[in-house]
Design a protein. Structure first.
Length: 285
């Protein structure tokens, strides 16, 4: 693989992973345009998640540290014995929200038939989901007064936000971060809290995907023509830089304005894909 291919995939992955615009749709289209298919596409995309994961853990290092310490508190003390610290509550909410993305990944990879997998990857399906879930984010973001914070998070809310990830894992173009932010906004959480929690609960699934990608690349035959572990590390490093920048951009924007810029981008992208569908479908088909 050329350095340009690796660079473009890494930048696209890093910029779009945490923004509510669907990294899977962008990386899918970029990979297909550059002719990356099969094993190389899957493993390189998976390895790039290593960089975006590290970027998120570093950006929210205080929250991550509090959740880790809270996890030890949960393990050492029964929940019913005494009031939980803020870190323990955050850890518990993340634990409750986590399984759904992993379940969705298992369903997608092991149960869904090949014909469905192919249909969901089509330009028409990606365009439709990009527009549909953009409209849903718009609705959730605009409705009523939403001022709930992390301290108001209940296990029911964490469960519902986590469950929304099932849709994103199965349907490219949905955006895992986007659908979880949509769910959090619909439940009344302020924009900063919705974005922060959506990113924190993405850590476990990204860690699993990253491990899968790096192990797959590490097991590649020496001297082969496919992607290598070196390619994976290069992609991860570049995705870390672009991912950290995108998180900073997102958190700055949601502190000052609504999610509308991302909604409009999704609409524009979806319409452009549909308008040029014969060309795009031929390119990725």
């Amino acid at each position: 693989m050329s350095f340009l291919q690796l660079f473009l995939i890494a930048v696209v992955q890093g910029l779009t992973e945490w923004l509510p615009i669907s990294s899977s749709a962008h990386v899918l289209l970029a990979s297909d345009f550059m002719g990356l298919v099969g094993r190389d596409e899957v493993l390189i995309n998976a390895a790039s998640n290593t960089g975006t994961l590290i970027a998120m853990l570093l950006y929210f290092r205080k929250d991550v540290g509090a959740a880790i310490l809270g996890g030890f508190e949960l393990a050492a003390t029964p929940v019913t014995k005494r009031p939980l610290s803020a870190g323990a509550r955050l850890a518990l909410c993340i634990i409750v929200a986590t399984p759904f993305a992993l379940i969705g990944a298992v369903i997608y990879e092991s149960i869904a038939p090949e014909t469905l997998w192919t249909a969901l990857r089509s330009v028409y399906a990606v365009a439709a989901s990009t527009i549909l879930f953009g409209a849903l984010l718009w609705w959730a973001d605009a409705r009523g007064s939403q001022s709930r914070s992390e301290g108001d998070m209940t296990l029911r809310d964490a469960f519902l936000i986590g469950a929304s990830q099932l849709v994103a894992v199965i349907i490219p173009g949905t955006s895992r971060s986007g659908i979880t932010m949509t769910a959090a906004r619909a439940l009344g959480y302020e924009r900063v809290e919705a974005a922060r929690f959506a990113m924190l609960i993405g850590a476990p699934i990204l860690a699993a995907v990253s491990l899968y990608g790096l192990m797959g690349l590490a097991s590649a035959p020496a001297g082969g023509e496919g992607a290598t572990i070196t390619d994976g590390l290069i992609v991860a490093a570049i995705a870390f830089v672009s991912g950290y920048a995108s998180i900073g951009l997102l958190m700055t924007l949601v502190r000052k304005m609504s999610f509308l810029p991302f909604v409009l981008y999704r609409f524009a992208l979806g319409i452009a894909l549909l308008a040029t569908s014969p060309i795009v479908a031929g390119a990725i088909g």
